[in-house]
Design a protein. Structure first.
Length: 220
C-alpha cells in the first residue's frame, strides 16, 4: 500500500540528519516541526533570524512568550542557556558560516541543487526573508517539501523556472515520497515512502534520478 509521509513524519526524518552539537536554522512551515523530533541523546542548538539561539520545541498558541518566536512566528520553548540578541547579530552568525544546517521549504529544486523558494511568479508575490543568506552561509542545506504541486506538477526539476534563491546549494531533499541526495553527478534516490518504487518516484520527478544501490523504504 502506498503511503506518503505526512508533515510530522517528514520533519522527523529531517531531524535524523542533525548531528550532535549542530547549530541548526529552521525555515517557515514544515521545517519548524523538526525541533520537536530531535533523536534521543543528541544535543542540537536551534538558531532563528528573529534573534534567539538555543530554543526548544514549538509550543501551542497561548503557551509561549510573545517575545520568543521562531522564523515562522510560532512560540517556542525556552531552554537553559538560551540567548537572545538582535536580528543583525543573528544574520551575522549566518553570514559568518556558524550555522551547520539550514532546513528550508522550496517551490523548486533543480537536479544540480539550485534552490527557488522565495517567489511564485504566477501570483506576483514573494518574501526573501533570510533564505538567500542561509543558502549562501549555512554549511549544509536540507529542503523539505511536497514532491509535487497541488496540481501535480514536479517540484524536482531539471532547471528551475522560478526566480532563484541560491545556486548549487541544496544537499538533501526530503519530500512526502522520497529522500534524495544532491551529488556532483546529480540527484540520487536513497529512500522511498512505504509502497513506492523507484519508478513511481521518477514518474513524478522531472529531474533525472539515479537509484542508490542500497535504496530502501524510509525507516524512523
Amino acid at each position: 500500500m502506498k503511503q506518503p509521509m505526512d508533515r510530522d513524519v517528514m520533519a522527523m526524518r529531517v531531524a535524523r540528519e542533525f548531528q550532535d552539537g549542530d547549530v541548526v536554522n529552521l525555515g517557515i512551515g514544515i521545517p519548524t516541526l523538526a525541533s520537536n523530533y530531535i533523536p534521543e541523546g543528541r544535543r542540537v542548538t536551534f538558531h532563528s533570524e528573529s534573534g534567539v539561539l538555543g530554543y526548544g520545541g514549538v509550543l501551542d498558541d497561548g503557551e509561549g512568550d510573545i517575545d520568543l518566536i521562531n522564523a515562522g512566528g510560532q512560540f517556542v520553548a525556552p531552554l537553559p542557556g538560551m540567548s537572545v540578541f538582535s536580528s543583525a547579530d543573528a544574520f551575522a552568525m549566518i553570514r559568518g558560516r556558524h550555522i551547520a544546517v539550514a532546513v528550508l521549504g522550496a517551490f523548486q529544486v533543480s537536479e544540480r541543487g539550485d534552490l527557488a523558494n522565495w517567489m511564485l511568479p504566477g501570483r506576483g508575490i514573494g518574501n526573501v526573508g533570510g533564505a538567500m543568506d542561509l543558502a549562501a552561509g549555512a554549511r549544509r542545506i536540507i529542503v523539505v517539501m511536497e514532491h509535487v504541486t497541488k496540481d501535480g506538477q514536479p517540484r524536482l526539476v531539471r532547471r528551475c523556472t522560478y526566480p532563484l534563491t541560491g545556486l548549487r546549494c541544496v544537499d538533501l531533499v526530503v519530500t512526502d515520497l522520497a529522500v534524495i541526495a544532491v551529488t556532483p553527478q546529480g540527484m540520487e534516490l536513497r529512500e522511498t515512502a512505504p509502497g513506492y518504487s523507484a519508478a513511481d518516484i521518477q514518474a513524478m520527478t522531472e529531474a533525472r534520478l539515479t537509484v542508490a544501490k542500497d535504496v530502501r523504504e524510509v525507516e524512523l
